[in-house]
Design a protein around this ligand. Structure first.
Ligand code: AMP
Ligand code: ZN
Length: 137
């Protein structure tokens, strides 16, 4: 547990939260500033700043849990789908440096929540990016 990390305290139950699920590794809570009705956050109980730090064993458990909660939301909240959002670093919009996954229910006719203007993949970019990222793997 990291000092002064609010999500460590919430995950440990030291700060009360609207908890949807809890097991030995994770707590799933409702987001206090929801993008849509039911917006939830998966928090590991152990502190990892972001995906780059996340332990691989824990990482392997995150998607099955997101799937479980997403399916329950579709059954019980009437959403027609859901987005998973996971921000890494301030530049990506991460405001709390404790790894978390957003589960955002999406309702028919609801507003766009996760969207971007598509650009164009140029031939030069294609070649340079493939070469650069492959070299970094
Ligand atoms: P991110 O921008 O990916 O770091 O997301 C942080 C999220 O945490 C935001 O959606 C906030 O609304 C949410 N949040 C911050 N503090 C709390 C809190 N105490 N309880 C529940 N959600 C929180
Ligand atoms: Zn933490």
């Amino acid at each position: 547990m990291k000092d002064n990390c609010i999500f460590c305290k919430i995950a440990a139950g030291q700060i009360p939260s609207a908890t949807l699920w809890e097991d030995e590794n994770f707590r799933v809570i409702l987001d206090l500033g929801p993008a849509s009705r039911g917006h939830a956050l998966i928090l590991p109980k152990e502190h990892f700043a972001d995906l780059c730090e996340l332990d691989d064993t824990m990482a392997a458990k995150v998607l099955p849990l997101a799937k479980k909660v997403g399916i329950a939301m579709m059954k019980t909240l009437g959403c027609a789908g859901f987005n998973l959002v996971q921000n890494n670093g301030e530049a990506a919009g991460q405001t709390v440096r404790h790894f978390h996954v957003h589960i955002i229910p999406r309702y028919e006719g609801g507003p766009k929540i996760v969207a971007w203007e598509p650009g164009e993949l140029t031939d030069v970019d294609k070649q340079q990016i493939v070469e650069a990222v492959r070299a970094g793997l």
